[in-house]
Ligand binder design. Sequence first.
Ligand code: SF4
Length: 292
Amino acid sequence: MASIQKRLPENVPGDFYVDLTCIDCDTCRQLAPDTFREFGDYSIVYRQPLTQEQSRLALMSLVACPTGSIGAGGQQNFRVGIDAFPFQIAENIYFCGFTAESSFGAWSYLIQRSEAEGGNILVDSPRFAMQFVKRLTDMGGVRKMFLTHRDDVADHQRFALNFNCERIMHAADGARRLGVERVIDGDAPVRVDDDVIIIVTPGHTRGHMVLLYKNKFLFTGDHLAWSPNRETLTAFRTVTWYSWPQQIRSMEKLLEYDFEWVLPGHGRIHHDSCENMRTHLKRCITWMKTQE
Ligand code: SF4
């Protein structure tokens, strides 16, 4: 819960505010850019919500915030923010909200599918919040939980216990130690079913993997994201824990695949044609080689 005593003085006056426990994860700025913006190592409220839609997005940010750093006075209906998640991004793809502090606010996603199609897949772990778990249950539960890498596992164990789902993770990121049911070894791509392929992308961590769904949606963890500043795809040089040259090679692997969406744990989502995505990916690889 945010604390009015810790309210950052840079917030504009009004109901919504950010307090000094903010960890600068970017979630609120991505969800509600009309309300939140960056200020040094924090987010602040630079404009109070004016419309109903702006209020809804601010309340969603409050719920999604990993550290409970967003406060709201007045007569806010917090259910509006809670009930918005999982939040549909496109087709059967949802942002889970309820980010976890232990994953530094990484975004997790739901692929909703019928049992005949293989069942629902949770990509990385949100916070195990009961309101969210109930919504997930109503939407068909979780059949598989794909963990891109060791940083974004959050409450994976509680989800696995609750939904009796199969977790999938790479051995090199400690999958066996975490008790994961399906451990991926080696560098070869793994076809899970007709629509899902796992691509092993070491670099950010040694066992990092991405998931490609229907040759359209690429869930990239901390491997690849959209940079609004550079207006192209990017990787995170300063938080490469394993190997930047290896991450470049992993990036080159992705040129073999078609995708229209990049859905990262950190950084921005992007949607474009396959052709444009490939152009951006090539640009990203060229840029990465200048950073060695
Ligand atoms: S979502 Fe929370 S932690 Fe993340 S930037 Fe906003 S206020 Fe800070």
